[in-house]
Design a protein around this ligand. Structure first.
Ligand code: SF4
Ligand code: SF4
Length: 78
């Protein structure tokens, strides 16, 4: 089963809560500002993400979502 981790840069206020709770140290704060003049979080090490969803739960601004990716099934032969 595949999952997708998405961070909405423009909702993030760079509080760093998600960075501190991530058990795999996937997240870091960017050195570039977003449209609200905050330094938003980004996935510095996406390959280490275990999709535990702790960051999504902790974010007070609901800036992080994890969705399950639906894989296209090949069509059955008629
Ligand atoms: S889902 Fe878990 S492992 Fe992945 S970035 Fe969020 S807290 Fe870290
Ligand atoms: S907890 Fe939310 S608002 Fe705070 S840095 Fe992480 S994504 Fe941004």
């Amino acid at each position: 089963m595949a999952y997708k981790h998405y961070i909405d840069n423009n909702r993030c206020k760079g509080c760093g809560l998600c960075v501190s709770v991530c058990p795999k140290k996937v997240l870091e704060l960017s050195s570039e500002i977003n449209t609200k003049s905050y330094f938003p979080v980004y996935q510095a090490r996406p390959e280490d993400c275990i999709f535990c969803a702790t960051c999504c739960i902790m974010c007070p601004d609901v800036a992080i979502t994890i969705t399950e990716e639906i894989e296209d099934k090949p069509k059955q032969p008629v």
